[in-house]
Design a protein around this ligand. Structure first.
Ligand code: MHO
Length: 220
């Protein structure tokens, strides 16, 4: 039977311990295939949790193979004492193709604001980008209606598809795999994001089977 709790950290990983204790805020972005931004945001200190899903459309209960008019999005829960919404928008604008409209609605660039404040901030950034570059921004700024969580196999895809590590962690974490701060970081780290020193610190603090740790060390 799958476990549903996170294994304890053997050492102290301040970033993750602080993040896990935080009162979070949430941001939602469409920026192409959601696997990439899931990893990119997950590697950032101050990010507490990530999940991928479908939003921005009207079709009820979308799935990956029946998306309707929805878009692939990443949802980022973050500690507002460590990161601002503007910090996340820096990453958002720098890491998707905002200058041209995606031919598929599935992959369009979109900010799905959770409240008026986010919407105004995102719109201000969009206006500034147009002013700075003189280019038309295809990416939309809208208000989030319903977020539908994607299938498990899409959550932390980079980590899940890492040989040895993915299967082992899936078995160990069980239901906690998708919601864990540790797996969010590892998902980003195996995709090449994050600082090498922080990666090493995390691996040293993980209370996991030696086969997993060895494989992670080999990658970091
Ligand atoms: N080009 C990707 C799309 C996956 S993403 C979840 C693939 O099929 O490999 O849309």
């Amino acid at each position: 039977m799958a476990a549903s709790r996170e294994p304890a950290l053997a050492g102290s990983v301040d970033d993750i311990e602080r993040a896990a204790a935080a009162e979070t805020q949430t941001a939602t972005f469409g920026m192409g295939c959601f696997w990439g931004p899931d990893a990119r945001f997950g590697a950032m200190e101050g990010v507490v949790r990530t999940r991928v899903g479908y939003a921005g459309g009207t079709t009820p209960d979308p799935t990956y193979h029946a998306l309707g008019d929805h878009t692939e999005v990443v949802q980022v829960e973050y500690d507002p004492e460590q990161l601002s919404y503007d910090d996340l928008l820096d990453v958002f604008w720098a890491n998707h193709a905002w200058a041209s409209a995606s031919p598929k609605r599935q992959y369009r660039g979109v900010v799905l604001a959770h409240d008026d404040g986010q919407r105004q901030t995102a719109q201000r950034r969009r206006d500034a980008l147009e002013a700075e570059t003189g280019q038309n921004v295809a990416t939309a700024v809208e208000t989030l209606d319903t977020f539908y969580t994607a299938e498990d196999y899409h959550q932390k895809y980079e980590l899940r598809s890492t040989p040895v590590v993915g299967d082992e962690l899936d078995a160990i974490y069980g239901d906690a795999f998708a919601d864990s701060t540790v797996t969010a970081r590892l998902n980003g780290f195996v995709a090449g994001h994050g600082d090498p020193e922080r990666r090493a610190v995390l691996v040293d603090a993980l209370d996991l089977p030696e086969s997993v740790l060895e494989e992670l060390r080999r990658r970091f």
